[in-house]
Ligand binder design. Structure first.
Ligand code: BG6
Length: 538
């Protein structure tokens, strides 16, 4: 039995809620005590004062993710008590309209029960600045509001500008913020800019965007956000690799045969045709989230956990991915588009029928690729990546296939063939890690069977549901860039994407199979692995 550190009650560790602090596990009688404990822990990690300025504040992301995430940070005691939130948008709203909109958004999208007193505190710190993103007057009004927040909420002049706007507005906003002096840092005052993907449309436009941004800001002020890296399970990848001494020695070409990364979605484009028509599955998921997951699991151990040390290793890894030639693209990549069909008896429109999709669109909703990393650790190990919409189920996972034992010692009449060990890192919706090994089944003769050693995130106990943006917002406010993309990482990822996209673009209809919704995509994707004697695990 253990004692609850808050109320002193005796609790049973087998069933009690628990939380870690300084390497020690503490057990609690219920939610209230756990929350008090977490709040006390958070107080020591509370971010400094600042104003969070959200461009595109009338959009979906603000309502669904950003505001609920900020509320969770406030509730968890991780945001300074001296904060303010200013929404900027083209919609003509007053402060009160904005507050009303956000109140409704919180009622609908908050992931945790909102304490009314807490909401009242947050609501009175919300302001709204309406205007065009290219009009200097918008920035003058914003500047005045920042000064007012400074005076009223004691935000110390610090500001985080979050661009939740279409990419076409990234550069104009950065330029206007710069021109109006709003990006100027006079230490200890800081000013930072968070931008959402896509970071460019290809290598040339990414370089242009990086150049425009760097004319207005230092790289240390730019936070290119990737919500995938905010997922708990994605953050665990490095900890799992580098925090367990039995993993790293086998994490290389000598022991690993190949790796699969799947990010499958069962949903379609959800009314986002305008964006998706310019993106497609490769730009939307592969060039961003999936290459970054690949970098996380394959990069060399950093010298420290500082943002720069981690990002240096990621950038080095991305630079080592072999840039495919057109013939490699034709052989080693697959794309497809979902056609009409049914999922669970419900009729589903094909991509081509989705509202807003252009007639005869050749945009891919599925992409798969075999990639190689030309460095000492990974030479000769294929990495198979696939992503798609309207697939059989929602699953993101990384499957590491180890090499088979060197000698088939149990080969012979009575024995099942020995399969390789698999390590499956479940990113979502299941969150955990499975290690698949072989064991002898009971009985007088030797038969082997795959058995699994499982770790499920729920073993950490009940954790309050989040939006996935809390960690990223907190890191941006505290100036930790570890999980954000640096300009060289973005450009390295485009160097791999560009030849694939341009080869596809020059053969728009060729090899664009239509796949049925609710399946695992075009059969060529299975063939890609079958040609190597492999198959997708999911
Ligand atoms: C976004 C893509 O970045 O990630 C979407 O633009 C995709 O198309 C989404 O649906 C998937 O994110 P998650 O967290 O739901 O897997």
């Amino acid at each position: 039995m253990k004692r609850d550190p808050i109320c002193g009650m005796t609790v049973n560790p087998a069933t009690a809620l628990h939380a870690e602090r300084d390497g020690e596990t503490h057990f609690f009688c219920g939610d209230d005590c756990l929350q008090q404990f977490l709040n006390a822990s958070a107080a020591s990690q509370r971010a400094g004062p600042c104003v969070i300025v959200i461009f595109g504040a009338s959009g979906d992301l603000t309502k669904r993710k950003l505001l609920p995430a900020l509320c969770n940070l406030v509730a968890g005691g991780l945001l300074s008590e001296d904060f303010a939130i200013i929404g900027v948008g083209r919609t003509e709203w007053s402060d009160n309209d904005f507050r009303q909109q956000m109140r409704e958004a919180i009622a609908e999208f908050a992931t945790q029960k909102m304490d009314p007193a807490l909401w009242t505190n947050i609501e009175q710190r919300l302001r709204y600045c309406s205007g065009s993103y290219t009009d200097p007057e918008t920035y003058q009004r914003l500047s005045t509001m920042l000064e007012e927040s400074n005076a009223k909420q004691h935000t110390s002049g610090n500001a985080l500008f979050y661009l939740s706007v279409p990419p076409i507005s990234f550069a104009p906003i950065a330029q206007q913020l710069h021109a109006s002096g709003l990006l100027k840092e006079v230490p200890p005052v800081w000013r930072r800019l968070v931008i959402e993907k896509p970071f460019g449309h290809d290598l040339a436009s990414a370089r242009e965007l990086n150049a425009t941004l760097s004319a207005s800001l230092a790289e240390s002020q730019i936070f290119r956000i990737d919500h995938y890296l905010g997922k708990e399970t994605a953050q665990n990848l490095l900890v799992f690799r580098l925090g367990n001494s039995m993993i790293e020695p086998v994490w290389n070409r000598t022991f690993i045969d190949h790796v699969e990364i799947t990010a499958a979605e069962s949903i379609g484009i959800e009314g986002r045709a305008a964006f998706y028509e310019t993106a497609g599955a490769f730009r939307d998921m592969m060039q961003t989230h999936m290459l970054m997951l690949l970098a996380l699991i394959t990069m060399e151990p950093p010298a420290s956990l500082s943002g720069e040390a981690v990002r240096n290793e990621k950038a080095k890894l991305l630079e080592a991915i072999r840039i495919p030639k057109p013939e490699d693209v034709m052989r080693d990549t697959v794309r497809g588009q979902y056609g009409p069909g049914e999922i669970a008896g419900k009729p589903i429109d094909g991509y081509a029928e989705e509202p807003g999709v252009s007639l005869g669109s050749t945009v891919e909703t599925f992409a798969a690729a075999k990639l190689w990393i030309d460095n000492w650790r990974w030479a000769g190990v294929p990495f198979y990546l696939r992503t798609g919409k309207r697939l059989a189920r929602r699953v993101t996972e990384i499957v590491v296939h180890f090499k088979s034992p060197p000698l088939s010692l149990f080969g012979g009449t009575e024995c099942s063939p020995l399969g390789p060990n698999l390590l499956i890192m479940h990113i979502q919706p299941e969150e955990g890690i499975t290690l698949q090994m072989r064991a002898k089944t009971p009985g007088p003769t030797i038969h082997t069977q795959a058995v699994t050693l499982d770790f499920d995130y729920s073993q950490f106990g009940k954790t309050p549901p989040t939006t996935g943006y809390e960690k990223l917002l907190y890191d941006a406010i505290t100036g930790d860039g570890t999980l954000f993309h640096r300009s060289d990482m973005v450009e390295a990822a485009w160097k791999i994407a560009d030849p694939i996209l341009s080869t596809w673009a020059s053969n728009p209809r060729k090899h664009l199979p239509i796949y049925a919704p609710g399946t695992w995509g075009p059969s060529n994707a299975d063939q890609l692995l079958a040609d190597d004697g492999q198959w997708w695990t999911a």
